[in-house]
Design a binder for this molecule. Structure first.
Ligand code: HEC
Ligand SMILES: [Cu+2]
Length: 335
């Protein structure tokens, strides 16, 4: 017991640290109406529970103190079995408390389940793959990998699907999690108030690299989003330099079969993320800091870098590698 007590401060510290972690990977700082509604429901239940616990413990302490057996006690306290007033109180108070929780929950559930389009809503089909994310904009014929661009203050209707196993789409700052299930489309909606980058994670254990299956929701002003959509749906720009042009040749020889750029290439069966705007990513494959060294490491040794992922490694010579990297960094659609 003494040892356990000694461990208490350490445990408390652990819980505190667990709360820090990455910025905005939290439901406690909502950035849109869905997350706000969900947080207010969490708080409401919490307050009701605190109220019940305080009352119950207070009564318990009072009873312990008031009816403690004292030396010389001869009678037992007055018995209350069948007392109508008491029975009424402990039936109606819990009913009232449950109603206080139930009414807003049911009302918000209807609001959250309403995935009907409004005049400026957009639809994004989100497909989970082992171990990366695909974002398709069916109204615009655009596909993007890893980063989900959305316009601010717009209802985004999200259609969740999966190509292999169950994944789960979670962007805590914008909404609670929901599963991507193969063969089923789950609908939800999100809305971001302010421009910003909101971190997301897969939260259904889906295989070896599940823990690295991170993504971002990038919310931009509607004008920027329109620009992004237009540029994503156009053929890729010509490479800016001769080296990048040589890099494009390498890409077309080795990579285009799995990765599309500017609407060309890719393969839904064995493919990888669309790389049209790859130069604008801040991480590679969801988690590796974006720089030349890591990009080379990824292309040469993907299996060691993100164990379990489905990209084969490429043993290119240094000149080809340099050109390929220059080409890939130039894949941008927003300037
Ligand atoms: C057989 C299909 C296949 C081929 C060929 C292939 N890749 Fe990939 N690639 C993938 C898959 C699958 C992923 C996703 C890996 C993951 O994160 O789980 C991927 C991911 C990537 C990523 C990370 C993308 C992102 O958005 O973060 C880069 C960069 C990349 N590949 C570059 C290349 C290059 C360069 C080549 C050619 C030299 C190439 N790939 C060839 C399947 C392939
Ligand atoms: Cu997953």
């Amino acid at each position: 017991m003494k040892q356990l007590i000694k461990l208490l401060p350490l445990t408390a510290l652990l819980f505190l640290l667990a709360g820090c972690g990455e910025v905005n990977l939290t439901s406690l700082d909502p950035q849109g109406p869905v997350a706000e509604m969900q947080l207010s429901l969490i708080k409401l239940s919490l307050y009701v529970m605190i109220f019940v616990i305080v009352i119950v413990f207070a009564l318990f302490a009072f009873v312990l103190w008031r009816f403690k057996e004292k030396p010389g006690d001869t009678h037992i306290p007055k018995q209350v079995e069948g007392n109508h007033v008491l029975e009424l109180i402990w039936t109606t108070v819990p009913i009232l408390l449950l109603l206080i929780i139930a009414v807003p929950n049911v009302m918000d559930t209807f609001t959250l389940a309403n995935v009907d389009a409004d005049e400026n809503s957009i639809t994004v089909k989100v497909t989970g793959h082992q171990f990366w994310w695909e974002f398709e904009y069916p109204d615009h014929d655009v596909v993007a990998g890893q980063d989900m661009y959305i316009p601010t203050n717009t209802k985004i209707i999200v259609q969740l699907e999966a190509s292999d196993v169950i994944h789960s789409f979670w962007v805590p700052a914008l909404a609670g999690k929901q599963d991507n299930v193969p063969g089923i489309t789950n609908d939800m909606w999100i809305k971001a108030i302010n421009p910003g980058i909101y971190k997301g994670k897969c939260t259904e254990l889906c295989g070896e690299a599940h823990w690295l299956m991170d993504f971002k929701v990038i919310a931009v002003e509607p004008e920027v989003f329109d620009q992004w959509i237009t540029n994503m749906s156009q053929p890729a720009d010509e490479p800016a330099t001769a080296t990048a042009e040589a890099g494009r040749d390498v890409f077309q020889a080795s990579c285009i079969g799995c990765h599309a750029v500017g609407g060309v290439g890719g393969n839904p069966a064995v493919g990888g993320p669309d790389l049209t705007n790859f130069g604008e990513r801040t991480v590679i494959a969801g988690f590796l800091e974006f720089n030349d060294e890591n990009l080379e490491k990824w292309i040469r040794y993907p299996a060691e870098t993100k164990p379990g992922n489905k990209m084969p490694g490429f043993n290119l010579n240094d000149e080809d590698m340099k050109a390929l990297i220059e080409y890939m960094k130039g894949l941008k659609v927003l300037d």
